[in-house]
Design a protein around this ligand. Structure first.
Ligand code: UD1
Ligand code: CA
Length: 454
């Protein structure tokens, strides 16, 4: 049976107390709305219609270029029922089941949706509601059942009687509905309730009235259907997601010293026997090889790291490539465009930017390498600086294989150093240096005897 999806995301999210629309707040580095859309894609839903309203331009921009998605604009926020009503034009001609998801229920797993869909198809229900049992059901719509445990209606917190508020089975806001019934039912909703809104939840009683079969499908894991209404719930969902992602990596052979403080974006590749220490963030399509050690306080973003790499504490790596057996940090900063070969050493307080460094080269301490092309087995002494910026333009420093650079050297770019040359400590290099040469540019030392005693 064909499946389409409608994702409700027009609300402002008043309880977030934010200038940013709720569904664009981030969970695991991605906006909340990404997650249900992704789950719908995973179960093959098409079309997927996102109902946006508040800051719809931000939502559209995030998904720009996505060909599966359609958008519907809810002009006035008259409730979840009205939100579905505004999606109907995009659904015209569709026959099959419609999966309704909420933009603020991000932790839903595709597996659960798949189970719900097959239960829906097997039971012959017109409407299946994904429910969960919450120990603290406050704020959720309650699932009211009849004498034969059949679902009778959903009642919102604010409309519920004291007796109904005791019910722990709650509405997740996720449903699977036969398209023809949905289209008819949402047109007939009214707003006679405490909030004066058109509640989507009332389609349950509409189905019951018509003697159509309704089913409640309880999610095994109540965390999965957690709704995010405020920042406390956002943080809780973050912890659940973090645990879910980290568990997967650990089961695949990655050691985490403290998974509670290890933040890894979903979809990153990490090789086995890599050890990750606390307070680390790895995001943005990064890959990490096998047998690496990622020490405490490291941030890695949009980068690829080879095998057997040690990244020492406090190092930041973004948009860079690091070869095998390389050692970085502590407190190194690899900025975009850094490409390091294997067996490279970048030590403490070394910053690199748009710099390529060949196999076996070293910059062990206190150095800035920007717009540089450095060959193999080059030694960069402590305190070396590429003076790449003249105030207007950036210029390149080229250092060929096996050059030895002493401490405290400045390369005033553009400048080129031939292979095997030696640059004496304290030299300010302003001209090219031929291969095998010694370059020295410093005033000779003068010792004034007895100076201090005078
Ligand atoms: C809703 C359900 C409640 C359920 C809970 C689960 C209704 C009436 N209530 O309550 O039974 O337990 O979700 O999390 O459906 N939205 C729109 N347009 C609107 C109103 C809302 O697009 O006019 C969107 C919101 O952006 C949000 C979703 O619908 O993504 C849910 O709306 P929200 O106001 O958070 O509903 P709840 O009070 O949480
Ligand atoms: Ca909600």
């Amino acid at each position: 049976m064909k499946v389409a999806a409608i994702i409700l995301a027009a609300g402002k999210g008043t309880r977030m107390k934010s200038n940013l629309v709720k569904v664009m707040h981030k969970l695991g580095e991605k906006p909340l709305i990404f997650w249900p859309v992704n789950a719908a894609k995973n179960v093959g839903a098409a079309p997927i219609i996102v109902v946006s309203g508040h800051q719809s331009e931000k939502v559209k921009e995030f998904f720009s270029g996505d060909e599966v998605l359609l958008f519907a604009e809810q002009k006035e926020l008259l409730g979840t029922g009205d939100a579905v009503l505004s999606a109907l034009p995009q659904l015209s001609g569709f026959q099959g089941n419609v999966l309704i998801l909420c933009g603020d229920v991000p932790l839903i797993r595709p597996e659960t949706l798949r189970d719900m869909l097959s239960s829906h198809n097997n039971s012959g229900a017109t409407l299946t509601v994904l429910t969960s049992y919450q120990e603290a059901p406050f704020g959720y719509g309650r699932v009211v059942k009849g004498d034969n445990a059949e679902i009778v209606k959903i009642v919102e917190e604010r409309d519920a009687t004291d007796e109904e508020r005791k019910i722990k089975e709650v509405n997740s806001g996720i449903y699977c509905v036969a398209a023809d019934f949905l289209i008819e039912a949402v047109k007939k909703l009214d707003n006679n309730n405490a909030q004066g809104e058109y509640y989507l939840t009332d389609i349950v009683s509409k189905a019951v009235e018509k003697n159509l079969k309704c089913a409640a499908f309880p999610a095994k894991d109540p965390d999965e259907v957690m709704g995010i209404n405020d920042r406390v719930q956002l943080a809780k969902a973050g912890a659940v997601l973090c645990n879910r992602i980290n568990t997967k990596y650990m089961l695949e052979g990655v050691t985490m010293i403290d998974p509670l403080t290890t933040y890894i974006e979903d979809g990153i590749i990490i090789g086995k026997d890599t050890i990750i220490y606390p307070n680390t963030c790895i995001s943005g399509d990064s890959t990490i090889g096998e047998n690496c050690i990622i020490e405490a306080g490291v941030t890695i973003c949009r980068s690829s790291i080879g095998d057997n790499v040690t990244v020492k504490a406090g190092t930041i790596i973004s948009e860079s490539k690091v070869g095998n057996n390389t050692s970085l940090g502590p407190m190194a900063h690899l900025r975009p465009g850094t490409v390091l070969g294997s067996n490279v050493k970048i030590g403490n307080f070394v910053e690199t930017k748009k710099t390529v460094m060949g196999d076996g080269s070293k910059a062990s301490h206190l150095t800035y390498l920007g717009d540089a092309e450095i060959g193999k087995d080059v030694n960069i002494g402590c305190g070396t600086i590429t003076c790449n910026y003249d105030g207007i333009n950036k210029h390149k420093t080229v250092i060929q294989d096996r050059v030895f650079v002493g401490s405290d050297v400045q390369f005033v770019a553009p400048v080129e150093i031939g292979e095997n040359a030696l640059i004496a400590a304290g030299t300010t290099v302003t001209e090219n240096v031929p291969p095998d040469a010694l370059a020295i540019a410093r005033t000779p030392q003068v010792n004034k005897e007895g100076w201090r005693k005078k």
